[in-house]
Each structure stands twice: as structure tokens, then as C-alpha cells.
Ligand binder design. Sequence first.
Ligand code: KIV
Ligand code: NA
Length: 275
Amino acid sequence: SVKRLMAPDIANLKGQRPIVSLTSYHAHTAAIADKYCEFLLVGDSLGMVMHGFETTVPVTLDLMIMHGKAVVRGSKRALVVVDMPFGSYEESPQIAFRNAARVMKETNCGAVKLEGGRRMAETIRYLVDRGVPVLAHIGLTPQSINVIGGFKAQGCQREQWEVLEDDARAVAEAGAFAVVLEALAEPLARRITDAIPIPTIGIGASADCDGQILVMEDMLGLSPRVPKFVKEFGRVGEAIEGAIAAYADEVRARSFPSTKHTYEMKSGATGGSPE
Ligand code: KIV
Ligand code: NA
């Protein structure tokens, strides 16, 4: 069996080669992405993509654990990182540890992710010191959407840079193995990438990051609306619609199922077996 990558393996890729990652919420897509990605993120974006919520705020720990288990089962080689959902870690390092430990025990994932820079540094240190590898996430932090007032790019004004650079330094010093930079104006991601010893994983933060991540459904062309930073590498939504339309036509025309997809009697038997 293949050895699964661990958080330090990801950290060690800085300066070696670009880190490839995607979100994944379910077993079959995890198995495919596992062949190409260093890590798979069970992102709380699953609340919007899989469950139709308007933001990530309603996502629960139970939901994250359910999808986390599916992705761990579906993959073999990639590190699986599970997002800590809103409300499960902000209150105190102790509560964060209790919930992160539950996520790790129940899903068998190799790391967790949480949102926030300096304000979460103490918690990151507390978790890492107790055996929980942490992927940090700064810039646009969608769990704070109700405070920010919308999904907006960060660092578009020069005065904001120092705050974001301080956040990046703080999570690196606290022991995060890497940091997601979401929706940062150029060339801030390059400055941060040069300034800290851990890998930066960009989403809408330029090609100067140490790695990239996208929401899988967005890059597949399966999401109805996508942010500016998403490139649609496939047209899976169109492929699904084409297949469903063809199925509906054939059912209505009674041309599906044909004899090829129907069981025959065996001679001497009373019925077919479903193989
Ligand atoms: O939830 C998510 O999908 C994320 C990534 C986009 C970084 O946090
Ligand atoms: Na997330």
C-alpha cells in the first residue's frame, strides 16, 4: 500500500516544487484527485456546494466529519485536511483542541484547517503542540462573511498589506505547516511567500504562491456561479446535463433499458442474478 503524505511532507515542498491541491467532499472524486494532488481539503465550502447553504456559516462539525470520512476512505496517498467549521474553534484553544481531536479520531484525517491570522495564533500553537497539524487560512476568510460584508478581495489598498503580512508571519511562527492565501491582490502573495518559511497555498492569490487550491466543483465547471479567480478546466455541468437529458429522452421513448441492460432467464433457472 502507498504511504500517505503527512503535514511535514507538504511543508518540505516549499522551494522544491509547486504544491497541487483541490477540495474534495466525496469518495469517488477523492480517488481521482488523489492521483494528482499532494493534499485534499474537505473544505467547509461543502455547505454551499453540496448542501445549498448561502455561506459556510451554518456548517456543523458532524457534517465535516461525515464528508471527511468519505474522502479518507476514497483516497490513499494525499494528505487529507478537514476544515474546522464556524463556531468549533474560535472560543478557546481548549475547545478547538477538543473538536479537532474529534475530527482526527473520527475521520482519520492528517490535519485540520482553521481561518484567522494573529487572532488564531495562540490556538494554532496549542493544537500543534498537542499533535494536531494545522493549515492556516488568511486573507478572505469566508466564515467572517457577515463581518466583512461580502466575498471581497483583500489587500487592494497598500495600507492593508502590513496587517496581512503580520497574519502570515503569526501563523507560521505558531507552527502551521502551510497557509492558504485567499483572494489577495497582487503582488501581496509574492511578498508573503518570500517572507515566511512555510508554503503558501493560493486561491485567487496569483501564481507566485508555493501551491494552489481550487474548489473542485468550480474548476470542473459544475458550479452555477464562480469567483473571478476560478478557471473552469472542464465542462462537467454540461456533461451531466447532456447525460440526464439523453436518459430522460430514452426513458420516455422506451428505448432504455434495451435488452443489453436487461437480465435474461438462464435455461433451467427461474431468474437471473444481478451481475
Ligand atoms: O472551504 C474551502 O473550500 C476552502 C478553500 C477554498 C481554501 O477553505
Ligand atoms: Na473553508
